[in-house]
Design a protein around this ligand. Structure first.
Ligand code: NAD
Length: 504
């Protein structure tokens, strides 16, 4: 029997309106391994989202002025509880998303690292102080919370991406509305419960489930001060433009097409291992997945394909919760159809399908959304399978004649999230890292996701807005700076001055 999920508002589970003004709309969630319906998720109406915003605004009156040390202590406790419950959280992710358990667990861990960073908020909020900038005048600055802020998150990281956002926003003193993906909301709902268990006051972390109605309410409500979004590029652009037009601070991360350049001097076995993990891990449903390999020179390309193809064929595709699965199913039937459609398209466009995983069937799991790894060779930059994000276990090899031709590809691509170069040549790697028009660069590191105390974010169509996720930019995004110029009466009267104050 499919369970019915809820929202989490004001510290409590709240059922979706059964017959509200929007007819109590709901979405269906399927277990991608079995194809069986596992849950119904309520889609919040405008009124339900507004109730959550009102709760958050009420909570902000106290949370916003609670000492940063007290706020950090709640986050320390939350971190402890997430660690204690990590197996359960990973299971919730695997059962709704389809990524394998070890990967699901790793993604919770990466989110927790941002919570750990946020636990340092008392230090991160410290301002500057300039003593005696003029006679008897001191200047100091402080970082203050914004108020009610919101996060809208994608299906592919149901724990990590929400924690990127509220792991900083909440200890910084804001109250948070999370609108997780409607495809896998069980883990974010559980995180909100753990936050309460950790001593988080009601209304500080709210989860509203839903679709465009919920998102549009967030984007248009004047009480929401800032919106952090992660998802596909068209929606990121829409969120950015709408929220900015409404005067909100907004950061919106979008899609990607990440290249990995392999120079002739690279350690080829290391490069192949890297391509396997980065191309097929999480069934390619990662914004930092490598979806394009660019070997330089025919010899490098031939060796790469020779070593890669048998590895792709041997990928252990299986139920997401089975211990020996390397790759699970895709998230939904609809997404499976989309990815399969891209493989069909690649064949039509004239790319050479070296490994065809389209017809993989798993005995006992015939209704699951499984696809084997696919490997294309001879992909050209004008093909749609090169230009568009596929978000599945499909790796394209684009052969480049030399280093310059290879380096131009990621720079000229409309996306600019991540990129990697594999080489032993320090000069080439340095030049590449300096010049490439991409936000995150790996040198012999295939998925260069920065650690929590650095900042995550792409360039070009992979991110809209000026400040990226977590690290110092995350703190800046979720706080506003105030600068105080103070003079204490000394008994000396300067008299009225009608020109702009200057140093005297
Ligand atoms: P998506 O854009 O479909 O959904 C993201 C969020 O937007 C969800 O909460 C969804 O409910 C909401 N949404 C969807 N359609 C909407 C609409 N028309 N109006 C308003 N809101 C809407 O993305 P997804 O399929 O859940 O996630 C996969 C995408 O996210 C990929 O493109 C991937 O590259 C990207 N992603 C990017 C990053 C990054 O940091 N750059 C990280 C993870 C995922």
């Amino acid at each position: 029997m499919a369970k019915t999920l809820h929202h989490f508002i004001g510290g409590k589970k709240v059922s979706g309106a059964p017959n509200g003004p929007n007819g109590g709309r709901a979405g269906e969630i399927y277990n991608p391994t079995t194809g069986e319906k596992s849950a119904m998720v309520p889609f919040a109406s405008k009124a339900e989202v507004e109730a959550a915003i009102a709760n958050a605004q009420e909570a902000f009156k106290t949370w916003g002025t609670t000492s940063p040390v007290t706020r950090a202590r709640v986050m320390f406790k939350f971190k402890e509880l997430v660690e204690k419950n990590i197996d359960e959280l990973a299971m919730l992710i695997s059962n709704e998303h389809g990524k394998v358990l070890a990967d699901a667990k790793g993604s919770v861990q990466r989110g927790l690292e941002v919570v750990e960073f946020g636990c340092g908020m008392p230090h991160l909020l410290k301002g500057d102080y300039s003593d005696s900038v003029a006679t008897g005048i001191d200047v100091y600055s402080m970082r203050q919370p914004l108020g009610v802020v919101a996060g809208i998150t994608p299906f592919n990281f149901p724990a990590m991406v929400p924690m990127w956002m509220f792991g900083i926003a909440i200890p910084a003193g804001n109250c948070f509305i999370l609108k997780p993906s409607e495809k896998d909301p069980s883990c974010p709902l559980r995180l909100a419960e753990l936050f309460m268990e950790a001593g988080g006051p009601p209304g500080v972390l709210n989860v509203v489930n839903g679709d465009k109605v919920a998102v549009d309410t967030i984007l248009n409500d004047p009480r929401v001060q800032a919106v952090s979004f992660v998802g596909s590029t068209p929606i990121a652009q829409y969120v950015y433009e709408t929220a900015a037009r409404n005067g909100k601070r907004v950061q919106a991360m979008g899609g990607a097409k990440n290249h990995m350049i392999v120079l002739p001097d690279a350690d080829m076995d290391q490069a192949v291992d890297a391509l396997m993990g980065a191309g097929y891990g999480s069934a390619g449903e990662r914004c930092m997945a490598v979806s394009v390999a660019v070997p330089v020179g025919e010899k490098t390309a031939n060796t790469l394909i020779e070593k890669l193809a048998p590895r792709v064929r041997a990928l252990k595709v299986g139920p997401s919760t089975a211990k020996d699965s390397e790759m699970g199913p895709l998230v939904t039937r609809q997404h499976y159809d989309k990815v399969r459609g891209y493989v069909d398209l690649g064949v039509k466009e004239g790319a050479r399908l070296v490994v065809d995983g389209r017809d993989l069937r798993l005995q006992g799991y015939e209704n699951g959304y499984f696809m084997g790894g696919c490997l294309f060779d001879d992909v050209k930059p004008d093909m749609r399978i090169y230009k568009e994000e596929i978000f599945g276990p499909v790796l394209s090899v684009v052969r480049a004649k030399d280093f310059d031709a290879a380096a131009r590809l990621p720079t000229e691509h409309e996306f600019g999230n991540g990129v990697a170069i594999f080489t032993r040549d320090g000069d080439a790697a340095r030049e590449f890292a300096q010049k490439v028009q991409v936000g995150m660069v790996g040198v012999n590191v295939p998925i260069p996701v920065p650690l929590s105390f650095h900042t995550f974010g792409g360039w070009k169509k992979s991110a809209f807005g000026d400040t990226n996720q977590h690290g110092p930019e995350g703190v800046r995004f979720f706080t506003k700076i105030k600068t105080v110029t103070a003079r204490w009466p000394t008994g000396i009267r300067a008299g009225a001055d009608f020109s702009i104050p200057t140093l005297k």
